[in-house]
Design a protein around this ligand. Sequence first.
Ligand code: 4NP
Length: 150
Amino acid sequence: MKSILFVCLGNICRSPIAEGIATKIAADYNLPLHIDSAGTSHWHIGEPPCDNAVKIALKHGIDISTLRARKVHPKDARRFDYIVAMDNDNRNELLSRGFENVYLIGDYGNFNGADVPDPYFFKDFEGFHKVFSMLDIAVKDFMKKENLWN
Ligand code: 4NP
């Protein structure tokens, strides 16, 4: 079974949404995948996804409210086939910690290596629409291009 770990900074906004999108595809298409998410920081360990992340996912029929934040663990390097960073800072942080199987979600879906914007700086809900639509396209393209979803 192939495994995917989506990684952002806090593991309360972007990577739980990515996890939710991939988990729904795996469930809908009966794909044998292990999917998880984590943060590079310890700041929100044990917390559920932020309210706006839960809200935007639910608008698209995905319930991420039961997810809980955790920090990336060194052992994740061998537990997961794909470690997928949400932005270039996350990616560089993972590489500096010695992870090798690191992918950038912005390299998929014709985003030319762009960062998924950090919602921590959003003042309102609008930004979450952009985050969701970018992740919806990029996560699906990632799963297809890596032959995880045929
Ligand atoms: P995330 O968003 O990395 O998408 O979960 C953030 C959440 C919290 C913080 C930064 C980004 N923070 O600085 O606490």
